[in-house]
Ligand binder design. Sequence first.
Ligand SMILES: [Zn+2]
Length: 228
Amino acid sequence: MSGVLTLGTPPIEVRLKRNARARRLTLRVSQADGRATLTMPKRASLREAKAFVIRQEDWLRQQIARLPARAELLDGAEIPFRGQMLTLRTVAGRSVRINGMVLEVATPNPAARLRAFLKLQARNALLPAVERYAGQIGRPFGRITLRDTRSRWGSCTSDGNLMFSWRLVMAPPAVLDYVAAHEVAHLVHMNHSAEYWRLVADMMPDYADHRHWLRENGAKLHSVDFGA
Ligand SMILES: [Zn+2]
C-alpha cells in the first residue's frame, strides 16, 4: 500500500510506505526534498497511522522548519561553487561564466544551463583527482559517471567503474578530493574495514575533516533546486 495523509494547516503531506521488515511506525523528513514519509509495519492500520502522525505534528513542523531553505535559481540566489558562495545573475547571451564572485547564467532555462555547467566542472575536477589517487595506489579504474544522487556522494563497482554526484563541485575542492580518494580506495577494498580507512589516510591524511564537512553540509548542496 502507498498513499498520502494530509495534516493540519498549512497542510503537510505525509507519504505512507509499507515495509514488511518495519517493526514500528517511523516518521522521517527527507533532508534532500523536505518530504515526510511514514514507514508502517505490515499489520499497522491506517487509523493507527493517522493517530501517530497527529501526535507527531509538532515535531514534524519543527523538522520542516529546520530544513535549509530551497535556494531558487533567481537573480541574487547564492550558489555554492568550489566552496565559495557565488551570486547568480541571469544575463542575455553566452551560457555560463564566472565573473569574480558572480555566476552569470544565460536565459532561457538558466537552471538547465547551470546544471550542465556544474556537471562539466565536476568532471573536470574529479577526473584528475581520480587519476592522481589511482596512480598513487597503482590501480586502474573504469568509467566515471556523474549523477544527481541523493543517497550517496559516490560509489565504486567491483569492475572498477566509479560514480559521483556532480553536486560535489559545489563543495570545497578538498572535499571533492576526499570523495575521489574514498571511491578509489574501494578499488582495493570493497568495504569500510580498518585496512580500507588506513589506505584512505595514506592517500589523504586529513580526510576525516572533509568527511565531517560533508556530513554537516551535504544537505545544503542538495538544497539548490535545479528544477529537474
Ligand atoms: Zn565507501
